[in-house]
Ligand binder design. Structure first.
Ligand SMILES: [Zn+2]
Length: 459
């Protein structure tokens, strides 16, 4: 199958030009003005933006949690991602304490194999680092193509590792060319504050927010950066939300250390005042939404090159599931739906409102995730021999977000009624038209597990 995309305005992290793109099979074969080739399918992209498929490196699909599962499975989640211009996601495998990484890998493969519509990969969350799991690190990197390892500095007794394990894991991961992702919040402080609020009968969603103040994130981010600096292991802070935590990273740069930072779309555009609403549980996530001043810090951080990635931490639960915590904030399943909305929200709120440039938009939503996680230039850009993962985007079209029209398997939208400018029109995944005329025309099983390369910490 060949496809010719004609006359689009091609945007990458560094370029902006009008040209044609010729695709043969899964790859981009040529790019140029007025290409003299015939495509079996031709798409006129005049007046449209043409950019690389989005990569969301932080999602939780079909994730077991408190006896239930996040409500998007691999099929519905990756399909919704495609509708929103995201052609690849990286999901998280969670090791069970007392069990091996390989056991966790097979459990996650059991749910994801042949079920994805879009492309995907995994980070491996190491929740129990010991002599046995240590041996599995090099196998994950060299045999499975899983090159990033998630750690939790919070959720004691379930996911959290202590600093002794963290340093040991960092040394092993560094040795084999991997990277550590971290949920950087101080678990002990948060546990104390949750217990205190519950004992005082303060049980509404607002107390979820008040149990995770900025200092809990700033402290852990600084401690993580120090350990990464000591071991020399590349580090990546997931879902960074606030000024204090970003300042910890800024301080690390003063000793010429590079710490990668991801924020998520919600932390840029919505704030903690939502927790005072009756349906505040919809936005209960960890870390919680912050203040307006933190949004300013994060936008500035993107432009300063301190924040490299905008992801979602997509982890949807239906309203019925959220009601598990109706009488106690600590029982509300954490997470919100955004996998479908990220690219359009970031364009509308970021590019359209003059907060970031078009090139920066592509850099943080497509190119940097591919570079940091070992997939560039196969993914994350528009270039010869790259996978033909392409979004054709109308920068003028206005539309409204609603649960009635979204494709995520969740019965509310965290952005209900938001009016956006800029809409995904056509999406190609590895040379195949996947989204066209508001229909998904690839099936589950088309999405491929992408083995990733070792990490390039020089980005
Ligand atoms: Zn997460």
């Amino acid at each position: 199958m060949s496809v010719l995309i004609k006359n689009g305005r091609i945007i990458t992290a560094s370029e902006d030009y009008v040209a044609d793109i010729f695709i043969e099979g899964e790859k981009i074969k040529s790019i140029g003005k007025n290409l003299q080739v015939q495509g079996e399918k031709e798409i006129d992209a005049t007046g449209k933006l043409v950019f690389p498929g989005g990569i969301d490196p932080h999602v939780h699909l079909d994730m077991p949690f408190m006896g239930t599962f996040s409500s998007d499975n691999y099929e519905t989640g990756t399909r919704a991602a495609l509708y929103g211009g995201t052609t690849m996601v990286i999901d998280f495998i969670l090791q069970k304490q007392g069990h091996s990484l390989h056991e966790a890998l097979s459990e996650w493969q059991g749910r994801s194999n042949n079920n994805c519509v879009g492309d995907y990969s995994f980070h491996m969350a190491v929740t129990d680092f010991n002599d046995n799991t240590c041996k599995e690190i090099s196998q994950m990197i060299n045999e499975e193509g899983i090159t990033s390892f998630k750690t939790f500095m919070a959720y004691k007794g379930a996911l959290m590792i202590d600093d002794r394990q963290m340093v040991g894991l960092m040394e092993e991961v560094k040795k084999h060319g991997g990277l550590i992702n971290v949920h950087a919040t101080n678990g002990d402080m948060i546990d104390y504050l949750i217990a205190k609020h519950r004992a005082e009968g303060k049980l509404s969603p607002l107390y979820h927010y008040l149990s995770q103040p900025e200092v809990t994130e700033a402290e852990a981010s600084e401690r993580f950066a120090d350990m990464a600096n000591y071991t020399g292991c590349p580090g990546y802070i997931v879902h960074l939300t606030c000024e204090g935590a970003l300042n910890a990273v800024r301080n690390a740069t003063r000793r010429n250390q590079k710490v990668f930072v991801e924020t998520c779309i919600q932390y840029l555009i919505i704030d903690a005042s939502l927790y005072e609403k009756e349906d505040g549980a919809k936005w209960v996530m960890s870390p919680p939404l912050r203040e307006k001043k933190d949004q300013e810090t994060l936008w500035a951080g993107i432009n300063q090159g301190l924040v490299q990635v905008v992801a979602t931490d997509h982890c949807p639960f239906k309203w019925q599931q959220k009601l598990m915590g109706k009488d106690d904030f600590s029982k509300i399943p954490n997470g919100h739906p955004a996998i479908e909305n990220r690219m359009e929200l970031l364009f509308s709120e970021g590019v359209n409102k003059g907060r970031i440039t078009l090139n920066k938009y592509i850099e943080v939503a497509c190119t940097n995730p591919a570079k940091i996680f070992g997939m560039f230039p196969r993914k994350g850009t528009i270039g010869i021999d790259s996978d033909a993962d392409i979004v054709i985007f109308d920068p003028e079209e206005k539309h409204k977000i609603s649960a009635k029209t979204h494709h995520m398997n969740v019965d509310y939208s965290a952005y209900e009624g938001w009016e956006l400018t800029g809409k995904v029109k056509t999406v190609l995944l590895r040379g195949k038209v996947a989204i066209e005329n508001n229909h998904c025309i690839v099936d589950k099983g088309y999405g491929k597990f992408i083995k990733r390369n070792k990490v390039d910490s020089k980005i």
